[in-house]
Ligand binder design. Structure first.
Ligand code: S3P
Length: 170
């Protein structure tokens, strides 16, 4: 059974959090973010979890979070970390929307932010651009595979993207 949630997946920096917040305002749904849940569960920043406990430990926390969401959360907009798409049975959490952009589109989006440096610094897997491109290429078809809907976000305003998602009538 699905929980009537909307789950936003996609690569780091594509705007999952920003779009989730705009959707929450427009739809009056509540919202949760998987990275925020993990940070509060561990009382640590994601960056520190990666540094001190390693990526496999973080991935375990993502799986634990997915189980918790499946059992406890309904009618929410859920923004996720870029690797969350890999958790087992993700579709049980809700309808999966893949926010799609080219790698250059993502880079331009991050670099045009006032706090671009901070945005990059908090993302351990975005420290080396070549490594990030490789990860992007590996993941792009996998996001697509997991998605119930794909929304192309490149060169669109937040308002346009939100309207497109609302029109899906999930
Ligand atoms: C990750 C993406 C991050 C965060 C962690 C790992 C990934 O979230 O969950 O650093 O594997 O792509 P954002 O997508 O919000 O950057």
């Amino acid at each position: 059974m699905r929980n009537n949630n909307i789950v936003l997946i996609g690569f780091m920096g594509v705007g999952k959090g920003t779009i989730a917040r705009a959707l929450i305002q427009k739809t009056k749904r509540f919202g949760v973010d998987t990275d925020d849940l993990i940070e509060s569960m561990e009382n640590e920043k994601i960056k520190t979890i990666f540094e001190e406990k390693g990526e496999p430990y973080f991935r375990k926390l993502e799986k634990k979070t997915a189980k918790w969401l499946t059992c406890n959360v309904q009618n929410c907009i859920i923004s996720t970390g870029g690797g969350f798409y890999k958790v087992p049975k993700i579709k049980k959490i809700g309808t999966i929307i893949y926010l799609k952009s080219s790698f250059d589109g993502i880079l331009n989006r991050i670099k045009s932010c006032e706090n671009a440096e901070q945005k990059l610094a908090k993302r351990p897997l975005f420290q080396d651009e070549q490594r990030a491109i490789k990860l992007f290429k590996e993941r792009a078809p996998l996001y697509q595979k997991k998605a119930d809907f794909v929304i192309d976000v490149e060169n669109k305003s937040i308002k346009q993207i939100v309207n497109e998602i609302i029109k899906l009538d999930i």
